[in-house]
Design a protein around this ligand. Structure first.
Ligand SMILES: C[S@@+](CC[C@H](N)C(=O)[O-])C[C@H]1O[C@@H](n2cnc3c(N)ncnc32)[C@H](O)[C@@H]1O
Length: 170
């Protein structure tokens, strides 16, 4: 791995289907507010982070974006509603709108059961309901070192990012 690449350590989940498995700001409320503000719902994934993961996974679908922030030729904006589309057989890169993470993680998990590979670029939030319900069912969870400065953000995120990987299950 070259030094220019993001540093990512990995936690493999023990048994995918059977085991349901921050510099945080000192002010938890601030961190939560930043996570769910309407602005950061549209924060883009920095190119170097996407490229790094794309090299490994070869993504074919970005299910939640604007045309301007789309990471793949095939993509869905709110108009097409990525939640209502099939992702089966796609290799999906998903950085979801933060105010609906639970819905998107549910979709990621369910689509992996229909044959999709889904890589979720999400806040690391092991204390949340969505994490316990869905992230713990992932095949692998990676923990990038440092904080991501998202496109459109003024500064590095006040929360750590996780890369949650659901591999296809037919
Ligand atoms: C955090 S941004 C990620 C953008 C881009 N995928 C990226 O990684 O840079 C989430 C995006 O999802 C879009 N979005 C929200 N609801 C959606 C829906 N139902 N279907 C498709 N896209 C949606 C938002 O408009 C926003 O652009």
């Amino acid at each position: 791995m070259s030094e220019a690449q993001p540093m990512i350590s990995t936690t493999k989940t023990a048994k995918r289907r059977t085991s349901n498995r921050r510099k945080t700001s000192s002010n938890g409320k601030h961190s939560l507010r930043v996570m769910t503000s309407s602005k950061n719902n549209k924060w883009g994934t920095p190119k170097e982070w996407f490229d790094y993961l794309d090299l490994e996974f070869g993504f074919t679908l970005d299910p939640c974006c604007e045309h301007e922030t789309a990471k793949c030729m095939k993509h869905y904006t709110p108009k097409e509603n990525g939640l209502a589309q099939s992702w089966a057989d796609e290799r999906v890169f998903m950085n979801p709108p933060y105010d609906q993470i639970k819905l998107w993680m549910k979709k990621a998990y369910e689509e992996s059961m229909k044959g999709a590979l889904v890589v979720c670029f999400v806040p690391s939030r092991p204390d949340t309901e969505w994490w316990h319900r869905y992230a713990t069912k992932a095949d692998e969870i990676r923990h990038p070192k440092g904080r991501v400065t998202f496109d459109g953000a003024d500064a590095a995120a006040p929360f750590p990012t996780a890369v949650v990987i659901f591999r296809p299950r037919w």
